[in-house]
Design a protein around this ligand. Sequence first.
Ligand SMILES: CC(C)(COP(=O)(O)OP(=O)(O)OC[C@H]1O[C@@H](n2cnc3c(N)ncnc32)[C@H](O)[C@@H]1OP(=O)(O)O)[C@@H](O)C(=O)NCCC(=O)NCCS
Length: 408
Amino acid sequence: MGPEVMIVVREFDPNKDLLGVEDVERRCEVGPSGELSLFTDLLGDPICRVRNSPAFLMLVAEMGEEKEIVGMIRGCIKTVTCGKKLSRAAKTNTNNEPTKPVPVYTKIAYILGLRVSPSHRRMGIGLKLVLRMEEWFRENGAEYSYMATENDNQASIKLFTNKCGYSKFRTPAILVNPVFAHRVRVSNRVTVIELSPTDAEVLYRRRFSTTEFFPRDIDSVLNNKLSLGTFLAVPRGTYTAESFPGSDKFLAGPADSWAVLSVWNCKEVFTLEVRGASRVKRILAKTTRIVDRALPWLQLPSVPELFRPFGLHFLYGLGGDGPHAVKLVKALCGYAHNLAKARGCGVVATEVSSREPLRLGIPHWKKLSCAEDMWCIKRLGEDYSDGSVGDWTKSAPSSSIFVDPREF
Ligand SMILES: CC(C)(COP(=O)(O)OP(=O)(O)OC[C@H]1O[C@@H](n2cnc3c(N)ncnc32)[C@H](O)[C@@H]1OP(=O)(O)O)[C@@H](O)C(=O)NCCC(=O)NCCS
């Protein structure tokens, strides 16, 4: 690129950049011909994927005199758990009472939706967008920055690790299950109770606030209109919706096993579409659907209609305890499947730590899932509030991770 070509990076303006941004988005999604590719429709709102975070920004890269948009990036900042420590009270505890770890929070920034038009790659535009975004992160006091991408996206991983100082951090799994034409049977030995947002908040804060990436503003997640509810599963005969005493009392003497998850409605934010499937594949998929609809009692796994725009539900805040927790998670996933079916979704997705013990209870199709979603992280500064846990970027992965539905 000659020095005469000027790249200007500026804030996205919804009044004049909509078409330019959608054009880049479309050009980035054309996969190699003959292969399946996944199209995302942001439903006319390019900021939608960061809009629900406490602070967010979208930048565009504009080129030359024509001011053609050739790239964009989104970022958001929030406060999450990066570790745990014993509370002061616990340290001075001389009565040998059980001590309780408390979360250590840090301000973290997240980069997503970085795109450079295929005809303008390897000119330094991607790097320029990342650097400008990081400037905004620093100005707003973020202590870390991270991004996520498929682990085979060499361009993106190289850009972040070689040029921007990020290191590979975590590799959670994205588990995706299709929504079938039949309802899934939920074990009748399980009772599913819908929690109020207040009970859900109490349960999450008491049991999951020391899980890494737990958002301190969990209440705004749970009360967001995209959150469709939090569901608790207990063995039948322990509690019912009527006898549930509230999360505080429940946690004081919980059922021997329990599991919880929340459902987030991504369908209103974006839709997906698989393109490039051969006619044969489409016909096979359609046949399984017709059979499944006609004979639902066979419980055949049918391929849902993925070749036209479909929506998804995201399961977050998945957790539990006790010897039957995996079975209870499975029941909750069945319950969530039926909710997604009733609301016309194509798939249900979730993202969990690669070491999550409860993932055994999450039904998913390998072909639709991503075994290793690569998260890369960078420390933006040294002398920050996480002093007591040290440098988070060097810490070992824990068995669970809290994946914020606002960023999926
Ligand atoms: C990833 C992406 C944004 C990079 O944009 P770009 O403007 O081409 O990147 P830059 O020119 O700034 O590249 C900076 C450095 O990144 C690395 N890099 C970028 N593309 C690369 C590629 N295809 N292969 C290997 N390294 C690559 C190189 O180290 C490069 O420096 P160099 O050109 O001096 O060798 C672009 O490829 C893209 O839009 N991809 C599709 C969407 C996507 O995957 N987004 C990332 C999701 S987080």
